[in-house]
Design a protein around this ligand. Structure first.
Ligand SMILES: [Zn+2]
Length: 341
């Protein structure tokens, strides 16, 4: 919800043409190989397995979501089909759809607005920032859609997770009406809680989105995860554990694994805390988990804010940004459970 989003939203459109290696078999793929030339039978199979297309008011739609839910690749987008209408020519779908394609939607990013309900609608629809969905705080049963899921909305700004950058290109953004935080007398950030109604809405919406696009748990993230030096939202009062426990959405560590790491983590914190080699190991673990951080062996501001982002998400009782034994044990158990492929 800041002006930097505007710049990114308008300036960066990254085209990628590199993901051809993951072309895999799925339900509608024609059964042709180099050694087996195309035959009439294969053509029939292709026709039989083609997804059904319906037309309503001149707009074509896939009837069903035919994505292979075991993997988020090699799938057909579900919803309306956008086609060119070149003057004097006819676009035909005789050879439609190609096998090699996937969803644009790889991430689900959660935010809070730092604005009340009416102002949130106004800013997210009339100004230079937006989100695909807005969850109000009115206690009703409505969720506002502001942007087509197939289009980019301007919610993430400068952002990165694992090998991906500029996540506006590849994400669905949900904004939640919430006033964020105020600093108390000691400078500590005090956050506003979310209502139960809001959390139920967010959970139902998130569940629907991650299911349809088969978004992996590692890609359901806070704005603070993908932009830790700039952002705190949706903050430590957003109940990530509840979403994980009750709706199977997103990541959470295993308590047993955390306990197993804890003893050694306590020793690390007590004996090596300021050693550059230890700080380097911690920074490497943060980077491996997904945060955009370059290990340098120093407890610098970037590292502090990145630890704080990890704490907002996974250890919300204390989000000082200082690495303690529990935070260190949680980070290691997360890396064990969700390794980078
Ligand atoms: Zn945000």
């Amino acid at each position: 919800m800041r002006k930097t989003l505007y710049i990114i939203g308008l300036s960066t459109l990254v085209f990628s043409c590199t993901s051809q290696k993951n072309v895999k078999k799925n339900t509608y793929r024609p059964k042709t190989t180099a050694a087996q030339p195309k035959t009439a039978v294969n053509s029939q199979n292709f026709e039989k397995n083609k997804p059904e297309v319906a037309t309503e008011h001149g707009v074509e739609f896939f009837r069903t979501n035919i994505a292979d839910i075991t993997k988020n690749d090699n799938t057909i987008s579900y919803g309306s089909i956008v086609s060119a209408k070149p003057a004097g020519y006819k676009v035909v779908k005789t050879h439609f759809p190609a096998v090699a394609q996937n969803f644009r939607q790889k991430y689900l990013i959660l935010h809070y607005t730092v604005l009340p309900d009416d102002k949130s609608v106004e800013v997210l629809t009339q100004q230079s920032v937006s989100a695909h969905y807005l969850v109000n705080n009115l206690g009703d049963n409505e969720i506002y859609q502001l942007v087509d899921e197939n289009k980019r909305s301007y919610h993430a700004g400068i952002s990165a997770w694992r090998s991906d950058k500029n996540l506006n290109d590849t994400s669905i953004g949900i904004e939640i009406v919430n006033m964020g935080y105020k600093a108390d007398a000691s400078g500590m950030k005090v956050f506003q809680p979310f209502s139960d109604e809001q959390i139920k809405k967010v959970a139902a919406l998130a569940k629907d989105i991650v299911t349809r696009y088969n978004i992996p748990a590692t890609n359901v993230l806070a704005h603070s995860d993908i932009a830790p030096t700039r952002k705190q939202d949706p903050g430590p009062l957003f109940p990530w554990k509840k979403l994980y426990d009750e709706y199977q959405i997103g990541m959470w560590y295993d308590e047993m694994a955390k306990q197993n790491f804890l003893t050694l983590a306590q020793t690390d914190i007590e004996t090596r805390y300021n050693e550059p080699s230890f700080i380097f190991v911690v920074q490497t673990a943060l980077q491996k988990f997904g945060y955009d951080i370059l290990p340098n062996g120093k407890w610098d501001d970037v590292t502090k804010k990145t630890v704080e982002a990890l704490q907002y998400h996974f250890r919300p009782q204390n989000y000082s940004g200082v690495l303690d034994a529990e935070t260190w044990a949680i980070l290691q158990s997360l890396n064990q459970k969700y390794p980078t492929k």
